[in-house]
Structures are given as structure tokens and as C-alpha cells.
Write a protein that binds this ligand. Sequence first.
Ligand code: NAD
Length: 462
Amino acid sequence: MKAHDGMYIDGAWRPAAGKDVIEVVNPADEQVIATVPAGTAEDVDAAVRAARAALPGWAATPPAERAARLAALRDVLVAREEEIAETVTAELGSPLAFSRTVHVGVPIAVAGSYADLAATYVFEEKVGNSTVYHEPVGVVGAITPWNYPLHQIVAKAAPALAAGCTIVLKPAEDTPLTARLLAEAVHEAGVPAGVLNLVTGLGPVAGQALVEHPDVDLVSFTGSTAVGRRIGATAGAAVKRVALELGGKSANVILPSADLARAVNVGVANVMANSGQTCSAWTRMLVHRDQYDEAVELAATAAAKYGDRIGPLVSAAQRARVRGYIEKGIAEGARLVAGGPESPRDKGYFVSPTVFADVTPEMTVAQEEIFGPVLCVLRYEDEEDALRIANGTVYGLAGAVWAGDEAEAVAFARRMDTGQVDINGGRFNPLAPFGGYKQSGVGRELGTYGLAEYLQTKSLQF
Ligand code: NAD
């Protein structure tokens, strides 16, 4: 058990103002592995002051130099890959191979992409008789969830640094150790003092103080829609910029011409990855009625194969929430064909890979985000019915379409109310804009679109 007593503020690890701590638990064996300080409004204020003081210098730093710091950050992440992967596994519970390839591999790619973008982005352009400058928004309050603990931070910090903004980061309570490693990496990369600051703490205390702080210019939040709604309201009242990456209930639409076995197997893998704790997971599989029984059988077999290979959920609270949803699915008449609410192991917050058949669109399990290894298979009559079901939730974060012909899949995808769609198993692209339609959020992350969130324009007329 390691008791960490500092927070990274103004380029150094400083003691917290208060004495309260947050316990970090390994979800695989339920042991407390560390404590971190539970920051207060006082700590947040110190961090925001440091970020404000560092802003003029960092904003005026030439983009090529900001790019060099980002490239150095990427290199530090590469050099410390194993340590970070082990830390993610210890506090989130994901299998080590997944921690390496996804939890660390993706942030390395994203940091690298922003090193390139900072060097090449056109921060100044001519528009008729005007010169338009793309200037940093200012001090960013970044609030992140636990499900991809490093990626969610880097997807905010890297574009903010590229833009010339300074940052106060408040990571999730369950995964603060990865955030501490990121702060160490930023320090090692030679990013000047005060440009990135870390305050660990509870959402309603440290998080709220950050959102309400008058000297924060932009709040960038990733997390639940419930908290995002409140943050949006607070930011709106203060006329503060806000970016929200929220929940999802994405549809995996398998059109009759698709390779059914491939679509189902990839679909199941997508939901089970990270134990289902992925906001963009395709948790609703939509299958034509003529292929429905075959798809259900394939999905049940594929899920059962995952058996012991998926990690635990992040916490006891998350496991209770997911089990509650599984029980609700059964109570509302969905048919369990794999998994179930019982714990598969004596220790650790594990839930079995679970598949529900005979799910109808209005059921709770088809409408609400479960955030666990639970797949719902729904039946559609024809393409219009599939579209109605696909678009029939308050969310619109991601999705997938499978068809024998790419053009057919694209035509369907264009009618979906969602921010990202993978066509016939399309690969993740760290440069493609990521973000939600409807209640899945406001704004975009990654690539140039992600960078634009941290910039504001000034035009000079001649
Ligand atoms: P959460 O909303 O409970 O917490 C997210 C962060 O907000 C944490 O750091 C938390 O401490 C903080 N927070 C909580 N209350 C706050 C308050 N009143 N003021 C300020 N900050 C506060 O979400 P979670 O349980 O950590 O994460 C799971 C959720 O995140 C899911 O709904 C998931 O879909 C969503 N998510 C979305 C994306 C995306 O990109 N759209 C990515 C990952 C996760």
C-alpha cells in the first residue's frame, strides 16, 4: 500500500490543503493498493492560479516548441509503457495485454498525432482583408472518467497543450494513479511549470470547485450524462465554454446481406472489451428477423468463450449497478442466453459476459447505458424498422453497420443520428473526430476537430 501525499501543482508535488484521502482499490482482488489526497476547493484554486500564471508564456511559445514537448511526452509514455500498463491493470482491472495495446497504445498514438498537428496546424490565416488568428481559449478545467484512464486525459491534455492552453486536471476517483504517472510524464517531457496541474479528489468537491472557478475559461468533461448536464448548466450560467463527452447506447446494425458470423463475433468482442466499460460500445445488436435465431446462438457462443478472459468491473458500485440492470432485463422479459447476475468468482468485481435475446426497444436494458459486459440482441422487420430502433434512444455516440456492399452500409450509416459509425468493422482512427449527437455530448475530441475545441479566433481587418 502506497500513501501518496502530493498533488502536481506549478511544476512540483505539493502537499494537499486538507488531510482527507481517497483509497484506490484493485478490483481484481479488492485490496487497497494506494491512497491519494482528496483535494479541496483550496487545492483547485492553487492549481488554477498556477495555470493562469503559466498561460501567457505557454500561449506565446512557438507551436514548433509546443510540438517538441508533445513529442517528448509521447516518448516518455513509450519509455514508461510497462509501468503505466501495470498501473492501469492494478486500479482498473483490465487484462495486462489490453492495458498495453489499448490503454497505453492509444494515448501514445494520440500524443504523437498532436505533436504532428501542433507543428503543422495553420494558427494564422488570411480571409479577404482580414488576418484570422487561432488563439488558445485559456485555462482548461479537464474532468475525466475511469474507464480509459490515460486515454481520456491525453485526449484533452494533448490538444490543449498543442493549442497553447494551460490545464487543471481532475481525474476520476477510481483511477488517480494513472493520472499521477501522466503528470510525471509531462514533467519529464520538459513542459514548463504550471502548464499542466493535477488535483485528485471527489467529483462533487474538487470537480465542482473546478467547474465553478471563475478563472477557468473552458471546462472539458468526459463522464456520465447526468453529471455532464449539471456541468453544462453551471458553465452556461457563467458563459464559459464547455465540451461534453457523455454516455452512449450504440447500435450495431447487421443488414441481411452482411457476413453474419463476422458481424456478430466482432460485435460481441466490441462489447466485452474493457469489460463493457466503453462509452462507444455497440451494446445493442440489431438483426433481421430471418437471421435472428442464428445470430443469438452465435452471440451466446461467442460470449461464453470470453468466460474468464475479461477483467473485473472497476468497483463494487459499478458491479452492483450492472447486476441491477441484468436483473431488470430478466424482470422485463428479456431472455438470458449467456451470463447472468451471479458473481462468477468469490473475489473481485467480476460479472460474466452476458447476452440478452428477445430484447424490445423500449426495455430498460435497451435504453439505458449499462457500462458492463452486457449485450442486447434486438430483432428488426425491415430497414426502416432497424433505423427507427437504432435512432430510438437519447444517445448518439457511435455505432456500426455491416452489409455485403460497402455503399449499402454507408447509405444506412448516413441516416443514423450518431457521431461515429464503423463500416464492416472499420479500424479505430486517432485522427477522426469523436463525439456525440443528441445527449451523448457537445463538441469533438481527437485530430484537428479536437484541437479546434481549445482555440478561439481573433480577426484583424486591414
Ligand atoms: P461520472 O460522471 O460519475 O464521473 C466522471 C468524472 O466527473 C469523475 O472525475 C468525477 O469525479 C467527476 N464528477 C462527478 N460529479 C461531479 C460534479 N458534480 N462536478 C464535477 N465533476 C464531477 O462518470 P464515471 O462513472 O466516472 O464514468 C462513466 C461514464 O462516462 C459513462 O456514462 C460513460 O459513458 C461516460 N464516458 C463517456 C465517454 C465519451 O467520450 N463520450 C468516454 C468515457 C466515458
